[in-house]
Design a protein around this ligand. Sequence first.
Ligand code: ZN
Ligand code: ZN
Length: 137
Amino acid sequence: MVAQGSCLCGQIEYQVELIPEKTFNCHCSFCRKAHGAAFVTLTLAKGDTLNIKKGKEILKEHKNDLGGFRAFCSVCGTRLMNYAPDKSMYLAIALSTVDTPVNFCPGAHANIESKASWHEPYEGIPAFQGIPEGALD
Ligand SMILES: [Zn+2]
Ligand SMILES: [Zn+2]
């Protein structure tokens, strides 16, 4: 589905085609730290459809040791998306930044082995160590 998203201060707006069936809660320590949250819900998206409609100049990137990027608004700090140097290989959208109403839910908990000790993932969907098989294909 094509979705519109934005950051908290509204100075960044984007449009992207999401892949709803590739939605999961990531409990890895990097996401938890980067988002300042118990976990983050990510939806994979088609990298070549990403259109930063507004605020491209204030969208900053943090590059990790593996060469991936975490993009955020340098004005309000909202964490918007993660991607590989080639976005068509990997683009994950922080679903909380999507403004278009969504009618789908996360299908799994991922990286459960590094979840916060003070957080118990909710039941009803499977929990995986690492990323579930096929989730990123
Ligand atoms: Zn912002
Ligand atoms: Zn993660």
